[in-house]
Design a protein around this ligand. Structure first.
Ligand SMILES: Nc1ncnc2c1ncn2[C@@H]1O[C@H](COP(=O)(O)OP(=O)(O)OP(=O)(O)O)[C@@H](O)[C@H]1O
Length: 223
């Protein structure tokens, strides 16, 4: 997709709390994987929520290929997010009573997009994740590592320009973490997605092209 995302001069404070982000700037281009680390409470989730258009910052801009996402009207904005921003969460967030394929197709269903076209893409993604034999399995019957691979496929199904991952390996053991990162990195590079990944794990951070540490000082001016 090769979409660049720019976070410019972000400021954010929750009511009655000291600022979480102050003059935060970050630019990513397609195919880049940026790791975000920092102590609990340093603002990592706040940053991802702002980058994903879930939380409006007090000040500053988030632009995708020059489009100011918070400048959009509500309904087109919701569609824009579904089509352009993929998410992977620590706890997989799959729908337990749907099978693997239907979970991957969820954004397609919500966007009322062409199911036939995207079903082929879902099967291709499953193949690249070594999961094609599980397409019809209920997700509740999968291991944690397999569930997180389904979450990768769901995040990539609409060919998003931006991928946001919040502690995606936090519920995985060592072997599954390594497998997850290898697969994620390959897809990020192949599909030229701009990916921001929050992690506490140094091994995971080593896969990233750059790592930003959020701390008292870095919150003001990241690397
Ligand atoms: N909705 C909210 N209302 C008030 N304060 C909040 C809210 N969400 C987060 N905070 C506070 O903002 C700060 C940053 O929170 P955030 O969740 O972004 O940190 P984090 O680095 O992701 O933490 P963790 O690693 O524990 O998930 C914390 O002090 C937190 O208590």
């Amino acid at each position: 997709m090769n979409v660049s995302i720019e976070l410019a001069q972000l400021q954010h404070a929750y009511p009655q709390c000291p600022p979480v982000l102050q003059d935060f700037n970050l630019t990513l281009s397609g195919g880049e994987l940026i790791g975000v680390t920092g102590a609990s409470g340093s603002g990592k989730s706040t940053l991802l929520n702002i980058a994903g258009g879930i939380l409006k910052p007090d000040a500053g801009r988030v632009t995708l290929n020059g489009i100011d996402i918070f400048g959009m009207k509500e309904r087109p904005f919701e569609k824009f997010k579904l089509a352009n921003i993929g998410y992977i969460f620590q706890r997989f967030n799959l729908i337990p009573f749907l099978n693997v394929l239907d979970n991957i197709m969820l954004p397609v269903t919500l966007l009322k997009a062409d199911r036939r076209q995207y079903k082929q893409e879902a099967l291709r993604l499953l193949e690249s994740l070594n999961m094609e034999h599980k397409a019809k399995s209920p997700v509740a019957e999968l291991s944690g590592g397999e569930q997180q691979r389904v979450a990768i496929a769901r995040a990539f199904i609409m060919s998003p320009g931006v991928l946001l991952a919040d502690e995606p390996t936090g519920s995985l053991d060592y072997d599954n973490t390594i497998q997850f990162m290898e697969l994620l990195l390959a897809l990020v590079k192949q599909k030229k997605v701009s990916c921001i990944l929050v992690t506490h794990d140094r091994e995971v951070a080593n896969y990233c092209d750059r790592v930003i540490h959020l701390g008292k000082d870095e919150r003001r001016s990241p690397a």
